[in-house]
Design a protein. Structure first.
Length: 258
């Protein structure tokens, strides 16, 4: 089972590098990137889960409608990606459900920061995917956290997939920078060990970042961005489909495991 997901947020990475960047500028990048992602998914006839911020949902209702019309799941990703707050759990759910008219079952905290499990449950979520149990000094140093899904109260925790041995992360940055054959090999080995695979990307990765030096982004983020990233996502999906792996939404995964 493949749980493909996208953190569908307003692009704010330049702000991490000291660049003054508005919500409007960030939305322009993310709208284009999300539509490119949807084109790849439609071409391959697979479904995914889109974790959307309240900002994105309110400023791109047409894109939200396309996500749902093409059979994908919508989940929550906070309200303002740059400034996550404790109140986001309930508020983002209210915003996304109002914009889409659909019940939202899942949450992922911006930048995979830790969340209050009791508040997640109180807000009425069925699952939380805010853990990257990787061996990366700094933001993702979770050597003792579970690698695979587990229950916390009534909420299923669905961590991003990392390799079984040294907890190497298989998220967006890895597909940008590893040779494709190596990334595909690590994904297949992890699938063979765990029986399912969880990964995530962002819309702005599918935008032509190399053409914008004013964003002041490091090479590892710009590497293989834009059309090249579309090709890499397409190749990953085709490799997995060729091996008859099923693409499902996070809610479908919860229902099967429960």
């Amino acid at each position: 089972m493949i749980l493909l997901s996208f953190d569908t947020e307003e692009f704010d990475v330049p702000r991490e590098h000291g660049v003054d960047f508005s919500l409007e500028e960030g939305m322009e990048v993310s709208r284009e990137g999300t539509n490119r992602i949807l084109d790849v998914l439609k071409h391959n006839d697979v479904r995914a889960t889109f974790f959307c911020t309240g900002n994105f949902a309110e400023n791109a209702p047409d894109v939200m409608r396309r996500i749902l019309a093409e059979g994908h799941e919508v989940a929550c990703h906070g309200v303002d990606h740059w400034q996550p707050k404790e109140t986001d759990f309930a508020q983002s759910k209210q915003i996304v459900e109002r914009v889409t008219g659909c019940k939202v079952n899942g949450y992922r905290q911006p930048r995979m920061f830790a969340v209050n499990g009791q508040e997640i449950e109180r807000a009425g979520y069925l699952y939380n995917s805010s853990l990257n149990p990787a061996f990366i000094p700094g933001r993702y140093m979770h050597l003792t956290a579970p690698r695979t899904w587990f229950m916390e109260g009534e909420v299923m925790q669905i961590p991003a997939s990392v390799t079984p041995w040294i907890r190497f992360p298989l998220f967006w940055l890895s597909l940008h920078n590893l040779p494709e054959w190596l990334y595909h090999f690590l994904v297949r080995r992890t699938l063979g060990h765990d029986g399912y695979f969880v990964t995530y990307f962002h819309p702005w990765e599918f935008y032509g970042l190399k053409a914008h030096p004013e964003f002041k982004l490091p090479f590892i983020i710009k590497n293989h961005s834009g059309r090249q990233m579309m090709q890499r996502l397409d190749a990953l999906i085709r490799m997995l489909k060729k091996r008859n792996h099923e693409f499902i939404t996070f809610t479908e995964f919860v229902n099967r495991k429960k």
